[in-house]
Design a binder for this molecule. Sequence first.
Ligand SMILES: [Fe+2]
Length: 367
Amino acid sequence: MKSKVSRLRHKIKRLETLINTSMVFSGILDIDELLDTVMQKAEEVMDAEASSVFRIDERRKDLYFITARGEKGKEAKEIRVPMGKGIVGWVAKHGKPLLVPDVRKDRRWFRGVDEKTKWVTRSIVAVPLIVKGKVIGVAEVLNKKRGRHFDKGDLELFAALGNQIAIAVENASLYSDLDNLFLSSIRAIVEAVDAKDPYTRGHSGRVVEYALMIGHAVTRSKEKLKEIEISSILHDVGKIGIPDRILGKPGRLTRREERYMERHPEFSAAIIEPIEMLKKLTANILHHHERLDGDGYPSGLRGKEIPFVARIICVADAFDAMTTDRPYRRRRSRKAAFQELKRHSGTQFDARLVNILIREIKKQQLA
Ligand SMILES: [Fe+2]
């Protein structure tokens, strides 16, 4: 008996460590990714075929899937479960864990989800997710592998996990609220800066769009894509420090004015640097006007010395500048801008990134 308890403790300990580690590594950037990792570990330790996490919708008085793993996960995600209905609804309503070794023998069992997804549920362990005394959702694991059924030991183990999962869900949703707030504040500031100069209105937004086209072609990492997005939104924020008479000058700039204008990446970097969440983007922003041959500014970096994201912004930025009207010249056609980017590939621009942008824009035109 003693060894069974200690085995269980050992299992819980191991799982807690795994979950904590995965939370730290994921940086809780993305709720789907985080929960998927947490539930994958839970399935491993519980020896389960599938798992789901539900969140309660207080307004609609029902539950919706935030994670549905397993063969039929995708289909399941469309379904909503009324409060109080089925095993999950019962757990949400009563705030208590529930072991159902054989669903066919339980009156509470609601076969709606199985009917829609063609999945066969045999046994379930479900636990409430409680944050500060309030039930916010339910987590469940389905079907113990090799035709076995879940037992009391499994219930104990999963109940212990419930707290970890609840924290993960709560943190991730707090994070995503904060993240949305943060992004919309940044966008508002940048729009205000863009608006200082009527010719660059909407510029930062379009640079983000082009930079992300390149981004999606080179990486799948959500974190990297976020880095590209925020860096490109903010690349010109330092223009706030450039006097309106230079920024909005209808003719060509004098050499002196130009030199002042060329300080905007430094101003952008100086704005970003003190903000803890943005600090690591400073180099991407500071170097978005460097050239591969070292003739750019502010540091004259060459080739791979220029941060990858800065090279992406550089191409996206140049393309938008060429294809929009400026005080001293009319916009060029896309075709002419492509030629210009190509002509300066290898000296000013990263040739690979130029090719990717051209390819992606052409693809979109065809679509
Ligand atoms: Fe710039």
